[in-house]
Design a binder for this molecule. Structure first.
Ligand SMILES: Cc1cc2nc3c(=O)[nH]c(=O)nc-3n(C[C@H](O)[C@H](O)[C@H](O)COP(=O)(O)OP(=O)(O)OC[C@H]3O[C@@H](n4cnc5c(N)ncnc54)[C@H](O)[C@@H]3O)c2cc1C
Length: 457
């Protein structure tokens, strides 16, 4: 039995960060196991390939729109093999060093091996036993599909097929209009497929502020994506080479491929958590304390494995939290007050903190500021006028509670509000600051000033 001070399950962003940081201390014997590819979902099937595809989609869309700017481009063609080859190249470039950087800091890496617990301090790694004083579960998630009759028989894609399809479909139906569904809708539509985006709830990007949902739905529809919110799928069937999606009310959507993007749950299947005594709640999420410890104090869960806030940057934050406890005896509590979320379609959708409705629900005396990009001179110059900035502030203190931006570069702009929230700054102070002309950031200033109030004493 090989024994480790810390053994990490999962070599995605979260597990890799933990392994590297712990290895760097030079004081601990660290093991890392990955059954598929180092870099995990984000690098191989998630963030990286989708953002690379969105760039290709943006280029072709821009070329088609060039005429609006007085530039005529004839014969625009998408070379599908080249588009996906470029994406594979980017993914490869980010992971080509493999286990070497970890091994350099002394981490023992088990690649292509699956881990499962056999006891609280013991795991089986492809049949080999390893001992561990501490364990970090960073196994990520797997996609889930709703119980739609006929779905399994008809067959469907998840993000794994969608980032590297066997062949490009002429049409695509997407079930689920969360960030993943929305990004793929724009990728496939702009690259030339007819796309229908189906959402069971009453709007796209349901967790976002409803004004953001409305703005992005309008932009997606304007470029030819059919958005069906409140859609009830009754059944799905294969019809020759394509799939038929039957909606309540009788409408049938026929599409070459069907992509299901309705949510993800922690990938605990292979791990045999009961053997370690780790408790899982009824939703399949691990029961965790405010320092990410499971019900077994020497076992932590971090990143997507927690089942909440499925973002690479949250995984990185949580890695640091766990590493601090194990290597530096610091015991910070986790705090998710300021977590930015970005959907990288064009225009981007970004948010941080509370929506207006959530702030009211929490009992805040809310003050809202808004600025629409249609009134921003830079937006008009650029010809990109979709969207708005919405700031939610606490009327009593003047502090920012949340920010919501739909627009060009919203994923970058939101960080003005991120920084302001981090320091618990006042909307007035930031809104009074001089912002460059002509920038989209002037709309952030405008929204901040509109939300500004003199604090009551
Ligand atoms: C299409 C898509 C787009 C996304 N875009 C973004 C984005 O733009 N920005 C963003 O912040 N987030 C994005 N995400 C989310 C992001 O990918 C995740 O938050 C991130 O990958 C979480 O990292 P992780 O290390 O916690 O889990 P993962 O990346 O899932 O890594 C877990 C690893 O553990 C391995 N594993 C699991 N069980 C075992 C076992 N028993 N033994 C051995 N190995 C095991 C898996 O093979 C996997 O490699 C996207 C996700 C998807 C699906």
């Amino acid at each position: 039995v090989e024994r480790f001070d810390v053994f990490i399950v999962g070599g995605g962003g979260t597990g890799s960060e933990c392994a590297f940081r712990l290895g760097e201390t030079g004081r601990l014997k660290v093991g890392l196991v990955e059954r598929d590819k180092l870099g995990g979902e984000c690098n191989n099937y998630g963030c990286v390939p989708t953002k690379a595809l969105l760039k290709a989609a943006k280029i072709v869309h821009g070329a088609r729109r060039a005429e609006e700017y007085g530039i005529r481009i004839r014969g625009i063609e998408v070379d599908y093999p080249k588009v996906f080859e470029r994406v594979r190249g980017i993914v490869w470039g980010m992971s080509k060093e493999g286990a070497a950087p970890f091994e350099k800091v002394g981490v023992r890496v088990f690649l292509g091996a699956e881990a499962s617990f056999v006891g609280p301090h013991e795991l089986s790694v492809n049949g080999e036993r390893v001992g561990a004083r501490k364990v970090i579960v960073a196994c990520g998630t797997k996609p889930t599909a709703p119980p739609i009759p006929g779905l399994d028989e008809a067959g469907y894609w998840t993000n794994v097929q969608a980032v590297d399809p066997p062949r490009f479909p002429t049409s695509l139906a997407i079930v689920g209009a969360g960030p993943i569904g929305v990004e793929f809708a724009q990728i496939y539509s702009r690259l030339g497929a007819r796309v229908t985006l189906l959402e069971a709830l009453d709007r796209v990007l349901p967790p976002e502020d409803p004004e953001s949902s409305a703005a992005i739905a309008q932009a997606l529809e304007a470029e030819g994506i059919e958005v069906l919110a409140g859609a009830r799928i009754e059944r799905v069937e294969a019809a020759g080479e394509s799939r038929r999606v039957h909606l309540r009310g009788g409408r049938v959507i026929e599409a070459g491929e069907l992509l299901v993007a309705t949510g993800r749950v922690p990938a605990f299947d292979a791990l045999n958590l009961p053997a370690a005594g780790v408790e899982v709640d009824e939703k399949g999420k691990p029961v965790l304390d405010d320092r990410l410890r499971t019900s077994i104090p020497h076992i932590w869960a971090a990143g997507d494995a927690t089942g909440d806030l499925l973002f690479t940057h949250v995984g990185t934050y949580e890695s640091q939290l766990v590493v601090d406890q194990i290597a530096h005896r610091r015991r910070p509590r986790r705090d998710y007050r300021v977590v930015p979320k970005v959907t990288y379609c064009e225009p981007e959708v970004a948010s941080v903190g509370l929506t207006e409705a959530a702030a009211r629900q929490e009992g805040f005396d809310v003050r809202v500021g808004r600025a629409h990009f249609a009134g921003n001179e830079r937006s008009v110059i650029e010809g990109e006028t979709y969207g708005l900035v919405k700031v939610v502030a606490d009327a009593r203190t003047g502090e920012v509670l949340g920010g919501h931006i739909v627009g060009e570069g919203a994923g970058e702009l939101i960080h003005e509000i991120v920084a302001l929230m981090a320091v618990r700054g006042r909307v007035r102070a930031a809104g009074d600051a001089i912002h460059s002309y002509p920038t989209l950031a002037e709309s952030v200033k405008g929204a901040l000033l509109q939300a500004a109030v003199e604090p009551r004493r």
